[in-house]
Write a protein that binds this ligand. Structure first.
Ligand SMILES: [Zn+2]
Length: 616
């Protein structure tokens, strides 16, 4: 057999802008892209641009840095001169022809949910990082033909097929996108995966897995189905006619990216047999699915029409990501995957993470949202002191808002009713909402003004008053020490890179003495000490005692005399009050679906959770 004939769609089926993606040599990590453009003006230069970011991940990623070997020609194959006019725009001389063909290669070796990855095991690509657009023609339909390199590689994407998959996948398959937004919003997985499918409300859902791990796929399908059913019931039906879960398993990986008809989940696969790891995987899956409503269709004005060429600023990511992060576990609770006790444990772990972040007193949620383009995705040694995550604090503020609305409305309203109201008003018709619309929806649900709450917790940096909101529900938050003999407070953080200090907490004894991130820990009171045994060694000291800490600072050995502070609580638990009034019982049951008293008392206990990486 020779090279198989490429069976693409008939020319009459192709859009005026048609892409072909090949990957003939996966070992070189280069995706080959061809774009045929019809109906161009022969007399004027033609500009083509690549996005600088992809929706759902708010950082300018400069995808154009991976483009190479750009070429342009007329339909007849006559080469056309071109030049770059800015970092991500190519300008072709007036073509003298109404049809132009452009070819380029894209280096694809960054395994994240928002970039491209090609190796001997699969190809995965995101439109924003691969497909050039002609400014002004983004609303036109696009067609795409994908040509796998091997007969056992198949194509998985939420794009609508234009042709059926052929017996020999290497002959290619074509798809159609109604416009550039849909093309960008539809990642493509090509590889030897198996497709698992299930239906909810008659709508097909597909799950494909790439990579190695201990995921029990049958169980994941059953749990995904329960999560879809619960989320559909929450919003009153499914907003799509098909949905794909693309799962990438890779050691140490974590992330998710939401799309209208699909999601990509990146997760560390080798621990997935462990209940806690699997639970977090399901939370991630529920999170990205929830985005099919909240963010992809119910979206802020700033995202109503996307500008791919620059930052799109918005101040309500604390709601877009925070509410979604809160509901990722609410949905698991309501789907019967989490117990109420488990659910409260997750909340108390989140409280612990926020309370160990000094930056919560420095940056508000609104600032964190607006500045995400330069801050959240670019953490550095002072992030802990100067920033707060709109995922973490956003989830906790949305939770408190839920409790507050339930209390103010006597259990009639909730964050559920506010979200359902927003969905009806804005989500169903995909009309962008303003920050004012958002607040009005919460106030309608509460039947009260929420100005004070917003000023303190969204626009301001006031400490969250958990117990004020918990008391009407018969619950209380308690702070504890994770060790039986608590260690005096010093303020150093290590991230596992040997004895190098990764961050020093502002205002801590270590910071005030002159120690800072990057310093390398050497000795405590003249004896060698390491990141691994520092805490244990400090248990021998009392608060206010002065220690001598020796470090290498820029390779110079230095000694610092530091008075220790008293220990600080580092874990939190949500506990049930000993006696509940009927009103407290009613609110607690309304929120959690059951009373948690006996269950919580038996399950509760301090335990630590490591900091989560950023998800989308
Ligand atoms: Zn998200």
């Amino acid at each position: 057999m020779g090279i198989p004939e490429v069976i693409v769609a008939a020319p009459s089926q192709l859009s005026r802008q048609h892409f072909t993606v090949r990957m003939p040599d996966p070992a070189n990590h280069l995706l080959e892209v061809e774009l045929q453009i019809q109906e161009v003006d022969p007399e004027v230069p033609l500009r083509l641009r690549l996005p600088v970011w992809t929706p759902g991940s708010y950082l300018v990623r400069e995808y154009a840095r991976h483009v190479q070997e750009f070429q342009a020609a007329t339909e007849q194959g006559i080469p056309l001169a071109w030049r770059k006019v800015d970092k991500n725009t190519w300008q072709i001389d007036p073509p003298g022809s109404s049809a132009v063909k452009v070819c380029y290669r894209v280096y694809a070796y960054e395994l994240t949910v928002r970039t491209n990855h090609l190796d001997l095991t699969h190809a995965y690509f995101n439109g924003a990082a691969l497909f050039l657009y002609v400014p002004g023609r983004e609303r036109e339909p696009y067609t795409l033909t994908v040509i796998p390199p091997k007969p056992d590689w198949h194509i998985a994407t939420s794009l609508r097929p234009l042709t059926s998959p052929s017996e020999d996948p290497t002959s290619g398959q074509s798809f159609v996108a109604e416009d550039y937004d849909e093309l960008v919003d539809s990642p493509v997985e090509v590889g030897p995966h198996r497709v698992q499918s299930f239906e909810v409300e008659g709508i097909p859902h597909y799950l494909v897995v790439w990579g190695s791990g201990t995921l029990d796929v049958d169980r994941a399908v059953a749990d995904a189905k329960a999560i879809v059913k619960t989320t559909a019931a929450f919003f009153g039906g499914l907003p799509y006619d098909r949905y794909w879960f693309i799962v990438h398993l890779s050691p140490g990986g974590f992330g998710g990216l939401e799309h209208k008809y699909s999601t990509t989940l990146l997760y560390s696969g080798l621990e997935l047999h462990q209940p806690e790891s699997y639970r977090r995987f399901l939370s991630l899956l529920a999170h990205e699915l929830f985005h099919a409503w909240n963010v992809k269709r119910l979206r802020p004005l700033a995202l109503e029409k996307i500008d791919y060429n620059q930052e799109n600023y918005l101040e309500c990511l604390w709601f877009c990501e925070g509410a979604t992060s809160y509901y990722e576990n609410v949905i698991l609770l309501r789907a019967g995957i989490l117990s109420a006790g488990d659910f409260l444990k997750i909340l108390s772990e989140q409280i612990g993470r926020l309370q160990r972040t000094p930056g919560r007193a420095v940056q508000s949620l609104r600032e964190s949202s607006f500045d995400t383009w330069i801050k959240l995705y670019r953490p550095h040694e002072n992030t802990l002191n100067s920033q707060v995550s709109y995922y973490l604090k956003g989830a906790l503020v949305c939770w408190l808002l839920d409790l507050h609305i339930r209390h103010l409305s006597g259990g009639q309203g909730s964050l559920d009713t506010a979200l359902q109201d927003l969905w009806q008003r804005f989500g169903r018709t995909e009309k962008g909402y303003s920050d004012q619309d958002l607040r009005e929806a919460f106030e309608r649900a509460a039947g009260a003004d929420l100005g004070r709450f917003f000023a303190a917790y969204v626009e301001g940096t006031e400490e969250l008053d958990y117990n004020a909101y918990l008391h009407p529900f018969g619950l209380t938050l308690k702070a504890h020490f994770s060790r039986p003999n608590p260690i005096p407070y010093l303020g150093l953080n290590f991230n596992g890179e040997g004895n190098r200090i990764s961050a020093v907490e502002m205002g801590s004894p270590a910071q005030k003495a002159g120690i800072w991130a990057g310093d390398e820990l050497v000795a405590l009171d003249g004896f060698r000490v390491s990141a691994a045994n520092l805490a244990e060694r400090l248990t021998a000291y009392q608060p206010h005692q002065i220690i001598c800490l020796s470090v290498f600072q820029a390779d110079q050995l230095k000694h610092f005399w530091i008075p220790l502070d008293p220990p600080r609580p580092d874990v939190y638990t949500l506990e049930v009050l000993p006696e509940l009034t009927p009103a407290q019982e009613a609110l607690q049951q309304g929120w959690l679906g059951s009373l948690v008293g006996a269950q919580l008392r038996s399950e509760a206990g301090p335990h630590l959770l490591e900091n989560s990486p950023i998800s989308s």
